[in-house]
Ligand binder design. Structure first.
Ligand SMILES: Cc1cc2nc3c(=O)[nH]c(=O)nc-3n(C[C@H](O)[C@H](O)[C@H](O)COP(=O)(O)OP(=O)(O)OC[C@H]3O[C@@H](n4cnc5c(N)ncnc54)[C@H](O)[C@@H]3O)c2cc1C
Length: 463
């Protein structure tokens, strides 16, 4: 099976089912975290809408199923299929831009990194974003990818229009004025509604962020968590299991001040900061965590080293450079969206669990927050949300800890992030979402024969 040979921008001439393997490499697809590997019947890498439609037509004619893939950065098996894996990453770049409305339309496989650079060139920015830029926009919104900040929308909520190639051969554009129910479904789409060809994002004027990072006592912070989250533009904290302090990050939006007050970092200080992020704050932390996992008796000494690696610092830079950090070390993750008011209690129980069972992680637990969302299947649908995320170096054991943590999160009304490791199925998921049936109705209208389903999405949706 071969990759399509059509020139970018031109329709595929030959059957896309004869295409050669995509960039995922030869005939095997592997997730970023390394926890998922699959050898599909074929990997295709369409470069334009015509080729996407051709893939869907050919698959339907041959009785094969299709799963779209972005950057493979989900940890749950949303992508794996034994049939056709449609690597959408070549479907990328700027489609159009309306600087007056501050709206940009990009192809579905465009990465967040590419989008940030396009926007920077036009004096624009994303209002809020995740802590990493490797995801594609279609893949990110599929799972409700979020950042932090109670007053700023996730990526899914920043979308005003989505164009999908559907299994029934249509190209449909949905927005608030045309197929609004489809837009609400597609805001968090799990890759089961169609192949996302392009999305339009409502952007904001470029702005700068001031970041203050510091260490503080855990107990005091947890006691006033909701207040602290609501008092900052963007609030997050990191907690290494076993420690009595946390590392807090508060980001303040500086866009109303003139340049003289909010000068971005010089190239040198920016380079030093990125090195600090990559080496001291990510790799060293995870390296020490791995050592601690292998030799638990060394934990007190390693924790002292870890705390030295995360000193206080303050800096200002262009927004996306502050929102994100390099992720040199691969990990696997679980994350739950909790009602904001239950987040502190859930976190305290998680800490008790760690104290009792002695679980260790290679990365700190990360706690963030987000506002209510409209997407039918958004984990933040209809409520202010606190997010608790656990990340473990993939070669270390994680199943038992993740499972025990999941139990706590569920007891507090948590909903799993769709892109992470969790054990929920339709039976438990359906009661969590008031628009569950609305999502299913849109799905069955767009894909009545389940061309886009795999085992995992069937299990999730009860199909
Ligand atoms: C280092 C790292 C940091 C992360 N940080 C965050 C974070 O800060 N916040 C957060 O919420 N999550 C975070 N995540 C999770 C990540 O954002 C999500 O799992 C996201 O969905 C991954 O996007 P992707 O492009 O890799 O898509 P994939 O993982 O490849 O696919 C995800 C889903 O999108 C579908 N899909 C992809 N492209 C298309 C398309 N063109 N049309 C239709 N369906 C499509 C797939 O079928 C699948 O269902 C992080 C993950 C990693 C590895």
């Amino acid at each position: 099976m071969n990759e399509q040979s059509a020139t970018p921008g031109e329709p595929a001439e030959s059957s896309s089912m004869t295409a050669k393997a995509g960039k995922a490499g030869k005939d095997t697809w592997r997730s970023w975290g390394g926890n998922l590997t699959v050898k599909p019947a074929v990997i295709v890498r369409p470069e334009n809408t015509d080729q996407v439609e051709q893939v869907l037509r050919d698959a339907a004619a041959q009785g094969l199923r299709v799963r779209p893939a972005g950057s493979g950065q989900s940890f749950s098996p949303l992508v794996p299929t034994s049939d056709v894996l449609l690597d959408a990453t070549a479907l990328s770049g700027l489609s159009s831009i309306d600087t007056e409305k501050q709206q940009v339309t990009v192809f579905g496989g465009t990465t967040i990194q590419q989008i940030c650079q396009i926007l920077e060139d036009h004096g624009l920015a994303l209002a809020n974003m995740p802590d990493f830029t490797g995801q594609t926009i279609a893949g990110a919104i599929a799972t409700g990818t979020h950042g932090t900040g109670l007053g700023q929308p996730s990526l899914s909520e920043q979308i005003t229009e989505i164009t999908l190639a559907t299994p029934s051969g249509e190209l449909i554009t949905c927005s608030e004025s045309s197929h609004p129910e489809m837009l609400r479904a597609a805001r968090v789409h799990l890759g089961v509604l169609g192949v996302i060809v392009s999305v339009t994002i409502q952007c904001v004027s470029a702005f700068r962020l001031h970041c203050a990072e510091f260490r503080e006592p855990l107990d005091r912070l947890v006691d006033s968590l909701a207040e602290r989250m609501s008092g900052a533009d963007h609030f997050e904290f990191f907690w290494m299991p076993g420690r009595s302090t946390v590392h807090t990050r508060i980001l303040s939006r500086l866009h109303r001040l003139p340049d003289t007050y909010t000068r971005p970092a010089s190239p040198l200080s920016r380079a030093l900061r990125r090195a600090d992020d990559a080496v001291l704050r990510t790799s060293l932390t995870s390296g020490l965590g791995r050592l601690a996992s292998m030799a638990p008796k060394t934990v007190p000494g390693l924790n002292t080293l870890e705390s030295m690696s995360k000193s206080s610092r303050r800096y200002t830079d262009v927004s996306y450079r502050v929102f994100t950090a390099p992720r040199a070390v691969r990990f696997v993750s679980t994350e739950y969206a909790l009602p904001l008011e239950n987040t502190a209690a859930a976190f305290s129980e998680l800490k008790d669990l760690v104290d009792r069972e002695g679980y260790t992680l290679s990365f700190p637990v990360l706690v963030r927050c987000s506002p209510p969302e409209q997407g039918y299947l958004s984990p933040s649908a209809g409520r202010y949300t606190g997010w608790i995320s656990l990340r473990q170096y993939g070669k270390r054991p994680y199943e038992e800890f993740f499972r025990a943590a999941e139990h706590i999160f569920l007891n507090h009304g948590g909903r799993p992030h769709w892109g992470v490791i969790h054990t929920q199925t339709a039976e438990t998921l359906k009661p969590m979402y008031s628009n569950w049936d609305d999502f299913l109705a849109v799905r069955s209208e767009l894909d009545p024969h389940g061309l886009l389903l795999n085992d995992h999405t069937r299990l999730l949706l009860g199909l």
